[in-house]
Ligand binder design. Sequence first.
Ligand SMILES: [Cu+2]
Length: 139
Amino acid sequence: MSARAPGQAAPLAPGAVSGDEALPDVTLADGSVSSGNVRITLALAPQPPVAFAKTRVRVRTEVNGSLAVLEGGTISFEMTMPMGDHRYSLVAGQNGWQEADVALPRCMSGNRRWYATVEGTVAGQPRSARFRLDLASPE
Ligand SMILES: [Cu+2]
């Protein structure tokens, strides 16, 4: 059931994240964050995502290993510097995944690191999960 690539760090318990490097990296592989009995998986296509190009974002939510719905699901992207508002609503996709089509700009500083935050409500409880990704430059 794991979408995690071999060698990728396991998600940390809430409160254990000491730095952004500890966030699951979804640049080249799907990543998951577990909190209690809720697991949120984020998958990007293509891997790696490319600046200015369409990236298909897919989110899968599980409760005790069973597919669940992230109500009012959104995904937002940010850098450590202000790069504008990049928040998208997740809509129902195939096989229980929730999706958004996203295009992120390339940072003129050369920094490629973005952070993605998935938010929504699962069984009446607000939930969020953070991930990191490195945007490839367009050819
Ligand atoms: Cu920038």
